[in-house]
Design a binder for this molecule. Structure first.
Ligand SMILES: Nc1ncnc2c1ncn2[C@@H]1O[C@H](COP(=O)(O)OP(=O)(O)OP(=O)(O)O)[C@@H](O)[C@H]1O
Length: 920
């Protein structure tokens, strides 16, 4: 390990040489160790690769020591896994090589929210390193050891099981499938919010069709399936076995190899279906186990939903006992190796560098690594650091980005009222809130340093970062946050999003109705300048999401008091709290420069201009002439031309375009007729290029989106099923006493007028499909936008409408936006009367409404997700909406502009700016 001594400046944080007395960056005096008392004495700082500052050791495995570290380049906490080759026996070097290789290969190529991302890898003479996403949590083994009797409650175990199924179904659906082979409580990490991550790809492998058995027996005793002892090739069903053993261990508090597993520490009562499922998962013969992890997940979902919905006490049932492990079989597992640091090995001659490489090459060849892969893998070893493309970064004077403004630049940039995507983007660059969203739709701290909820979820306390300032140097305190959020509810600000997004702060409804002058001191408390407390009217599990919306960003009171509503014309005087501030605030151009008072990493660009081009076509022409670096929201009319560009990108947007059907109106009060209409259309042919056909209500890109969701009547595709559609139509007509298509009620599809000519074509395409596949002529009715949106805002308004086409755009990425907001009893969007109608399945719909109500107040994130997914599957089966497609945002980026990505909220995440730069 190369270590150097660095002295960090206490004022600006710059890294100085150990012997310096003043900071090279800010000129302030540097504090040396003698300046500190015993307690805070500085320690030697270890920096690897000149970039990763080790903070503390967080875990040790068979070969590896894992450190929490700071990536100094991007100011992010990471995990650094260090494999020490010194003192290893030749066989161990081979094993360590294998582990390292698999972790990099799988970790870099796989992408799933439950798999820590692998960022880089490098080596020195004695160690190999992997830099990965840091998981702030503990392993399930550590977690359960701290619980009474080492047992987890049923609901929590189900939540974990569901998440493990999710990631396993992702791995098993790769081509060829990836078998993890080592599912056990030690290899699953759990964060404080209950989210799980699978760690340690040390023995994962790809399934090889035709191979009878594995070349090596690998796994962990008790958790590994019998076939992992070398009798057969491991398959997806081996992971199913290990998951069964893991769930059993979590529920009973016993390891699978404990002598008498039936003597659980506390009697365990399981729903009978779960007990049966575990017994099947633990079957000795793989053929007797469930056929796929998806089928396990579905059964778990069913068990969980039934337990929640019915609320009945499950019948007592015995925990199944796993089959005994064949003790005669030689068994090898990473976890049975001596843990690094536990038992110091005898000092040995260090294996020479060449020997390590030679052994590793042999191993790679033995493993059947293709020669191309082998060469690229070995060539990566010759780097003394992570493999990075050699690019020359342009000097600061050239770090200037011109963005095409395709909307008017005249909209007032007030976070509380901002409307269009372009203005929201500018607000996100110049105004910070307590929290924000990153590219993966995860909530990340912004002005808040930390936060906690009270046990009942009704009170949330946020602690601000130290030393926050506005761009004019004025301190930014909790009073500014309180002022800004309370102001966002002010009824004088017409058309603001505050009354919707911040509705759960207690009294928000009265404040936005003008009945209360201020919530400060009532439900928004500021006990000191660094703390803000919110009292809620409902203990919703998604309160944090609501604080990521633009209306929760901070504005500067002094500026508003000086200029009232015209303050947005004076933003170059101050008021910015985001990574950028205004250098020029219109009229023809908007110029942003880095905000030196921003708390976080500074943008790499030195200037951003937004220039109006009138139309996207003109903007794209300017892009082609290299005058513009980035053009967003390319309309479908330009896609054919722009998609040829090498800088063309798509990003999924959190929108669902759907047909709504009125449960109170014939013929859509019948579920089979609704299903028939859904299956008679081929969504793949409705809109191309700018949309993703979907059966989902919760769109892809939302953290709760369910990859295993099926369409109505279990359909697996978006292409429809005309034969099944006709059958369902016949059955539905029979149920409704409709004797023939000739007597079928006239069906009208209403839609709003729009400048988008594609809309008209889409309607005509569906009309043709219903005609062809069902023999039903659907009438199309076009309405002016204002009349249409007024009509669909109430049950009274849609009284005479049967079916209409509409879309929903998320305010924040939470499943409640797509479920509770749309289908709960009394939800303002539920104008189609889901739940409260005369359908035969109305009772079931009301059960789903109860499930949604419960999901909303569940604080355990994964458990909430599971409940919403279960509700969504029911809603889709019921054709509560007929989802058509999800929008794709299309944009172009010049090839010398790096790091720019539009996320699913149509935003460039604020923290991304420090990584967006221009090369020469
Ligand atoms: N990404 C991470 N973030 C935080 N902690 C981690 C991370 N990965 C691993 N750890 C911690 O380090 C410990 C050892 O890691 P890991 O199990 O990957 O090592 P290993 O040597 O590959 O283990 P094994 O002996 O099972 O092969 C884990 O038990 C966990 O506590």
């Amino acid at each position: 390990m190369k270590s150097i001594n660095i002295l960090y400046c206490a004022t600006c944080g710059a890294a100085n040489q150990e012997n310096d007395t003043t900071c090279f960056a800010c000129g302030n005096k540097l504090l040396h160790s003698q300046d500190f008392d015993e307690q805070t004495q500085m320690q030697t700082i270890t920096i690897l690769e000149g970039r990763y500052r080790l903070i503390e050791c967080v875990g040790k495995g068979g070969f590896a020591t894992v450190y929490k570290a700071e990536d100094l380049q991007i100011k992010q906490i990471v995990a650094v896994k260090e494999i020490t080759l010194k003192d290893l026996k030749p066989q161990e070097i081979i094993d360590a090589t294998d582990t390292y290789h698999r972790e990099i290969r799988f970790g870099s190529s796989l992408k799933h929210p439950a798999l820590p991302k692998v960022y880089a890898h490098f080596m020195d003479q004695e160690h190999w390193y992997i830099v990965a996403q840091f998981i702030d949590g503990q392993t399930l083994e550590e977690y359960r050891q701290r619980l009474p009797d080492g047992q987890l409650p049923l609901s929590e175990t189900l939540t974990i099981a569901f998440q493990v199924c999710d990631v396993l179904s992702y791995l098993h659906s790769r081509q060829p499938p990836i078998i993890f082979r080592d599912i056990k409580p030690d290899n699953i990490m759990r964060t404080r919010t209950g989210r799980i991550y699978l760690i340690d790809f040390g023995i994962a492998r790809q399934y090889r069709p035709g191979q009878r058995r594995d070349t090596q027996a690998l796994g962990s005793p008790g958790y590994a399936a019998p076939e992992q002892y070398g009798s057969d090739q491991t398959t997806e069903r081996s992971d199913i076995y290990s998951l069964g053993a893991t769930l059993q261990a979590l529920l009973t508090g016993h390891n699978p190899l404990d002598e008498d597993i039936s003597a659980t520490r506390k009697p365990v009562v399981l729903p009978e279906e779960l007990s049966e499922l575990l017994a099947e998962m633990l079957a000795r013969d793989p053929a007797q186990r469930p056929t796929s992890i998806i089928s396990v997940q579905r059964r778990l979902e069913q068990i969980s939903a039934t337990t929640i919905l019915v609320g009945s006490t499950p019948q007592a049932s015995a925990i199944p006992i796993p089959p005994p492990i064949p003790s005669s079989t030689p068994y090898y597992t990473p976890s049975t190796r001596v843990r690094a640091g536990n038992a110091p090995a005898k000092p040995k001659k260090r294996p020479g560098w060449l020997k390590v490489v030679a052994i590793a090459i042999i191993l790679l060849v033995v493993l059947g690594f293709g020669s191309d892969n082998l060469l690229s893998y070995i060539s990566s070893w010759t780097h003394q650091g992570p493999i990075v493309q050699e690019l020359s970064i342009a000097p600061a004077s050239q770090q200037v980005l011109n963005i095409a403004a395709t909307n008017s630049l005249d909209e007032p940039l007030d976070p509380a009222t901002v409307q269009n995507a372009q203005s929201m983007q500018i607000v996100s660059m110049t105004s910070a809130g307590l929290l924000s969203l990153n590219d993966d739709m995860e909530i990340v701290p912004q002005l808040a340093d930390s936060w906690e909820a009270s046990d009942n979820g009704y009170t949330w306390t946020f602690h601000l970062r130290y030393g926050l300032k506005f761009s004019d140097g004025t301190p930014l305190t909790s009073a500014d946050v309180a002022y800004s959020l309370d102001r966002a509810l002010d009824p004088a600000l017409k058309y603001g999003a505050g009354p919707y997004n911040l509705q759960y702060i207690k009294g928000a409804d009265q404040r936005s109705a003008g009945k209360i002058k201020s919530l400060i001191g009532q439900s928004i408390l500021i006990p000191d300048p660094d703390t803000i407390i919110f009292k809620l009217s409902k203990n919703i599990g998604y309160f944090l999401d609501t604080l990521t919306t633009p209306c929760a960003s901070v504005v500067e009171k002094a500026l508003i008091e000086k200029y009232a509503s015209g303050f947005t014309n004076h933003l170059s005087e101050g008021g910015s709290s985001g990574p950028f501030k205004f250098a020029q605030n219109r009229p023809s151009q908007m110029v942003l420069v880095p905000n030196p008072d921003y708390y976080g990493s500074k943008p790499a660009l030195s200037k951003i201009t937004f220039t109006s081009y009138g139309s996207t076509e003109t903007a794209y022409n300017a892009y082609q002439a290299n005058q513009v670096g980035f053009v967003d929201n390319i309309p479908s009319s330009l896609i054919d031309r722009v998609s040829q560009d090498s800088g063309f990108h798509h990003s999924l947007q959190l929108t669902t375009n759907y047909l709504a059907m009125n449960y109170l109106s014939k013929p859509f009060n019948n579920i089979k007729i609704r299903q028939a209409f859904a299956l008679a259309i081929n969504k793949d042919l409705i809109r191309k290029n700018t949309a993703l056909p979907t059966n989902h209500i919760i769109p892809a890109g939302d953290p709760s989106a369910n990859v295993n969701l099926t369409g109505p009547a279990g359909i697996q595709t978006t292409a429809g099923d005309p034969t099944l559609a006709r059958k369902l139509l016949q059955e539905g007509m029979y149920e409704e006493g409709i004797s023939s298509i000739q007597t079928f009620p006239t069906v009208t599809l209403t839609y709003p007028q729009s400048g988008d000519t594609l809309r008209q074509n889409e309607m005509a395409t569906m009309q043709e499909m219903w005609q062809k596949n069902l023999g039903i002529t659907v009438k199309l009715q076009i309405m002016s936008g204002s009349n249409f949106y007024k009509a669909i805002s109430s049950q009274q308004g849609v009284k005479n409408m049967q079916m209409w086409r509409v879309g929903w755009v998320a305010s924040y990425p939470d499943a409640s936006e797509w479920t509770t907001v749309q289908f709960a009893q009394n939800a303002s969007q539920n104008v189609y009367a889901y739940g409260q109608n005369q359908s035969k399945n109305a009772a079931r719909q009301q059960e789903i409404q109860k499930l949604l109500a419960q999901a909303d107040i569940t604080q355990n994130e994964p458990q909430r997700t599971m409940m919403y997914r279960s509700a969504e599957q029911n809603l889709v089966n019921d054709v509560a909406w007929l989802p058509l497609y999800q929008y794709l945002d299309s944009y172009v980026v010049q090839s010398n502009l790096h790091g720019l990505k539009v996320n699913a909220m149509d935003m460039i995440a604020p923290d991304d700016w420090s990584n967006i730069y221009i090369t020469q």
